[in-house]
Design a protein. Structure first.
Length: 99
């Protein structure tokens, strides 16, 4: 691994998550961009603080609907956390991004 690869590894946190609709989440400590790889599409959210990233990957929100993942209010729910922390939080985002 060269020095550039080591620096990139230090600044990016890539986490596989336990979720029925989210595969991986990446957060960049310098740009504060968070990339969410859903099963089927990827989105990039901008200017995300580390605490919010942690809340998302830890699934710190309960589901709002029942389904194959469990009853209403099931914790942890990464999908619900993305909705609560990112969408309800008003973070700018666009479709696309790479993990």
């Amino acid at each position: 691994m060269n020095i550039q690869e080591k620096i990139i590894k230090l600044r990016e946190y890539i986490q596989s998550v336990s979720s029925t609709n989210v595969k991986k989440v990446k957060w960049d400590s310098i740009t504060r961009d968070m990339v969410v790889q859903f099963y089927g599409s990827t989105y990039t959210y901008y200017n995300v603080p580390e605490a919010i990233y942690n809340n998302v990957v830890d699934g710190q929100a309960g589901t709002k609907t029942a389904g194959p993942w469990g009853e209403i209010g099931k914790y942890p729910s990464v999908g619900a956390a993305i909705h609560q922390w990112m969408i309800d939080g008003g973070y700018n985002y666009k479709k696309g991004g790479r993990i």
